[in-house]
Design a protein around this ligand. Structure first.
Ligand code: ARG
Length: 562
C-alpha cells in the first residue's frame, strides 16, 4: 500500500535515478489542496540540465501514472500528485484490518536494547505528585520502544543509600515499634525520621553514624532492618504501581552499587582525572563550562554521582545497551551532564548513548509543590481521588454500567496519565481536576469515550467483512480526514520514540477521537446498505484498534463501555 514507494519507482524509472533516492526526495505538500505528494524537480536539474518547471512539465507528460493517482499537476518546480481517495482508504484500512492492534508496530529496534531508568523512588519516603511524571513517562516510553521491537530493561534506581538511613536505624532502635510500622507503612518510617531530626542529641547523631557504618560494612542486624524498611516502602508503592500498571525488570538501587564505586574511583585515579579540591575528590570540568563533578567525600564516602557512574558501567556490562535513558526531572540536568561527561573523559565512546530525558514540574491547581510549606500532594491520594471522581461521573451519566468500579479506575487513572502526558514533557504541568476529568476536549475520558463509541457501533453491527465494503463512499471530508489520521499512526509512534515524547501520541489520540466523532455525526452507519455499512464499519473497527493501541502505549486502559 506504500503509495510513496510505488510513486518513487515510477518517477525514478522516468528520470533515470535510483528509486531509493527518488523516495527520499518526495515530499508531503504543506497544504492538502496542493496534493498528497510532491516531487521537487530541482533535484534533477543538475543531471538533466534543464530548469525545474520544464522538467516538471515533461515528467507530467511522459510519466505512466499509476492507477491510484487521480490527478497530477505542475506547481512551479514541483510535480504534485493527488491520490485517489477511495484507493487510499482501501489501502490504509486493509492494512490496519490485517494488523489489528499491532498496526504501527515495527521491528526497527530488533536486536537492540534500551535501558530505562524511571520512577526511581526513595526509600522511607512517600511518593508525591512529583513522581507521577517520571513513572508514567518512563512507562509509556518503555511501551513505545517495545512496540518498535526494542528490548527494554526497565530499572527502578531506588534511592536507598545515604546517611539518613543511619538516622532511621538509630531512631528505630530507640523508639521503633515493629507492629506499628507493619501497620502504618512508610508513614511510620517518616515519623521516626522526623522525630530523630527533632530530638536527636549529639550522642544519638554519633550513634546514627555508627549505624550507617554498619550498613556499609554489611552488619547482619543493620542489613536486616534496612532491607525490611525497603520492603515496607516497596509494599506501599506497589499499590501505586498496581493502579498505574507499571512494572520493573530491576530494582537495583543506589545501595546495589556501594561495592562497585571503588573500581570507578580507582580507574579515575589511574586515568589522572581525579583531583582533591576543597575537601573532596572531584573531576574538574571547567573546560566544559561546568562545575567540578564531586565523586568522593574526604572521608571516602561515595555520593549520588559516584553511584550513577557505577550504575552506568554495570548496565553497560550487564545489558550491553544501545541506549540508556534517564527519565528524571530537569532539576538534575547538570548532574547528568557531569556524569556523562566524566564517562566520556574516561574514554568510553558509549557515553554518547547515555541520554537524560528531562521533564517539567507538576503543580496542583495552581500551587507548586513544596514539602517545606506542607503543600505535599501524595501520589496515591491523587490516584484514589481520580477514581472516586470518575465513579461520581459514571454514577451520574451511566448508573447502570456493569463493572463500574473497574471502569471508574480505568477512567480516573487514565485521566491523570493523559493529562500528565499531554504537553511536551519539558513544560511544567498544572493539574486541575475538572480539566483532567472533563469528558469534552482533549482529555483521557474523551478519547476513551470515542473508543467506547466505536465498540458500541461494532457491537450493534453485523460482522465486518472487508470484501463487501464499497470504498468509494469514503470520499467525504470527514472520512478523508479520519483516514489520513489513521494512516499517520505509524509515523506518529516513530516520532514519539525518536523525540522521547509520548505527548506526540497523546495529542494524536485526541485528534483521532475528534476526527472519528465528526465522521460519526456526519455519516450514517448502521442504517445503510451493506456495501456502505461495511465500509463505515471497517473505518470504525480500524479507529477502535488504533485508539486502543495509542492509549495502550500511553499506559491507559480502553474500556469497552463507560
Ligand atoms: N531517586 C532520585 C530522586 O528521587 C532519582 C534517581 C534518578 N535516577 C538516577 N539514576 N539518578 O531524585
Amino acid at each position: 500500500m506504500n503509495f510513496k514507494k510505488e510513486l518513487a519507482e515510477v518517477i525514478a524509472q522516468a528520470a533515470g535515478i535510483a528509486p531509493e533516492e527518488c523516495a527520499a526526495y518526495i515530499e508531503v505538500p504543506p497544504q492538502k489542496e496542493m496534493g498528497d505528494f510532491a516531487f521537487p524537480c530541482f533535484k534533477l536539474a543538475k543531471v538533466l540540465h534543464k530548469a525545474p518547471p520544464v522538467i516538471a512539465k515533461e515528467l507530467k507528460e511522459t510519466l505512466p501514472l499509476p492507477a491510484f493517482v487521480s490527478d497530477c499537476c505542475v506547481q512551479g518546480g514541483y510535480l504534485n500528485f493527488f491520490i485517489d481517495p477511495s484507493r487510499r482508504a482501501e489501502a490504509v484500512l486493509r492494512e490496519i484490518d490485517s494488523m489489528g492492534e499491532a498496526y504501527g508496530s515495527s521491528d526497527a529496534g530488533c536486536g537492540k536494547t534500551v535501558c530505562m531508568d524511571y520512577s526511581s523512588i526513595n526509600i522511607a519516603k512517600r511518593c508525591h505528585i512529583g513522581h507521577l511524571t517520571t513513572t508514567v513517562l518512563g512507562n509509556s516510553l518503555a511501551k513505545i520502544y517495545r512496540f518498535l521491537g526494542y528490548k527494554v530493561v526497565s530499572i527502578n534506581h531506588l534511592g536507598d543509600w545515604g546517611t539518613q538511613f543511619g538516622k532511621l536505624l538509630c531512631a528505630f532502635h530507640h523508639w521503633g515499634d515493629k507492629a506499628a510500622i507493619e501497620e502504618k507503612g512508610v508513614n511510620a518510617l517518616i515519623e521516626l525520621y522526623v522525630r530523630f531530626e527533632k530530638e536527636a542529641d549529639d550522642a544519638m547523631q554519633e550513634e546514627a553514624r555508627v549505624w550507617f557504618k554498619k550498613i556499609e560494612d554489611d552488619d547482619p542486624e543493620a542489613l536486616e532492618l534496612f532491607s525490611w524498611f525497603k520492603d515496607i516502602t516497596l509494599k506501599d508503592v506497589a499499590r501505586i504501581y498496581d493502579m498505574l500498571d507499571v512494572h520493573f525488570d530491576s530494582y537495583a538501587g543506589e545501595s546495589f552499587y556501594k561495592d562497585k564505586c571503588g573500581a570507578v574511583i580507582e580507574e579515575l585515579r589511574e586515568k589522572k582525572l581525579l583531583e582533591f579540591s576543597e575537601g573532596a575528590y572531584v573531576v574538574k570540568l571547567d573546560a566544559f563550562d561546568m562545575p567540578p563533578c564531586i565523586l568522593l567525600k574526604s572521608d571516602g564516602a561515595s555520593i549520588y554521582a559516584t553511584r550513577d557512574m557505577a550504575a552506568a558501567f554495570y548496565r553497560k556490562k550487564t545489558y550491553d545497551f544501545d541506549k540508556c535513558l534517564y527519565i528524571v526531572a530537569y532539576q538534575q540536568n547538570l548532574h547528568f551532564k557531569q556524569v556523562f561527561k566524566v564517562i566520556e573523559l574516561m574514554g568510553y565512546p558509549w557515553a554518547k548513548d547515555l541520554v537524560h530525558v528531562p521533564f517539567g514540574m507538576v503543580s496542583f491547581e495552581g500551587e507548586t509543590l513544596s514539602t517545606r510549606k506542607g503543600h505535599v500532594v501524595y501520589l496515591d491520594e491523587v490516584l484514589d481521588r481520580a477514581c472516586e471522581k470518575a465513579l461520581d461521573i459514571i454514577n451520574e451519566k451511566n448508573p447502570e454500567l456493569p463493572d463500574k468500579q473497574k471502569v471508574a479506575r480505568q477512567v480516573g487513572i487514565g485521566a491523570v496519565i493523559f493529562y500528565d502526558l499531554f504537553s511536551s514533557r519539558i513544560k511544567d504541568v498544572d493539574f486541575w481536576w475538572d480539566r483532567a476529568l472533563n469528558f469534552e476536549g482533549e482529555t483521557g475520558p474523551y478519547v476513551q469515550y470515542a473508543h467506547t463509541r466505536c465498540c458500541s457501533v461494532i457491537a450493534k453491527a453485523p460482522v465486518c467483512e472487508v470484501e463487501k465494503a464499497d470504498f468509494s463512499v469514503l470520499e467525504d471530508e470527514a472520512s478523508k480526514e479520519l483516514i489520513a489520521k489513521l494512516e499517520a499512526f505509524p509515523s506518529i509512534v516513530a516520532e514519539a520514540a525518536e523525540k522521547y515524547e509520548p505527548s506526540v501520541i497523546t495529542r494524536y489520540s485526541a485528534a483521532l477521537a475528534q476526527c472519528y466523532n465528526k465522521f460519526y455525526f456526519e455519516n450514517r452507519i448502521l442504517s445503510e446498505t451493506e456495501p456502505v455499512l461495511q465500509a463505515r464499519l471497517l473505518v470504525t473497527k480500524c479507529t477502535r484498534d488504533v485508539l486502543k493501541t495509542a492509549l495502550g502505549l500511553l499506559g491507559i486502559a480502553a474500556p469497552q463501555k463507560m
